[in-house]
Design a protein around this ligand. Structure first.
Ligand SMILES: [Zn+2]
Ligand SMILES: [Zn+2]
Length: 140
């Protein structure tokens, strides 16, 4: 969804907000997720030249544990505020809210992805997932 500066400028309260379930946002941000994301956003003019965008994304994405390589559900709860001046909006003078939401969700992935803090990972010798069973390998 794109918000035109002109439309926002002319609207009654110079504000536009929406809340909806997004079916494709997670996929667009590069995640495997069968679930919808709950999205809320609000754009408003804070002066004649500046748009403020507030976005909120709640839902679950599927991540792959760095340690045991299993998929698991990761809960996403983001909330962020950004400001854009009209000159940043390009010749069409419109704000691509969908793109901002996509970036925000893409960045919500943690630096270190672990299914749980106590994840025991894979045995370096036999490759068994040590969360599920222990193996008889003797570490040197
Ligand atoms: Zn793990
Ligand atoms: Zn082993």
């Amino acid at each position: 969804m794109k918000i035109k500066f002109e439309d926002l400028y002319k609207s009654k309260n110079r504000l536009f907000e929406r809340q909806y379930e997004d079916k494709i946002l997670a996929k667009k941000a590069g995640y495997d997720s069968a679930k919808n994301m709950a999205v809320y956003f609000k754009v408003r003019l804070i002066d004649d030249n500046t748009i403020e965008l507030y976005t909120e994304i709640n839902g679950e994405i599927v991540l792959n544990c760095d340690r045991c390589l299993d998929d698991f559900n990761y809960e996403v709860n983001t909330g962020s505020t950004q400001k854009f001046s009209v000159s940043e909006l390009g010749p069409e003078k419109e704000l691509d809210v969908e793109e901002e939401l996509r970036q925000s969700l893409a960045l919500s992935r943690p630096m270190k992805v672990l299914c749980k803090d106590s994840c025991r990972g894979l045995c370096p010798l036999c490759g068994k997932n040590l969360n599920e069973e222990s193996c008889g390998c003797v570490k040197q």
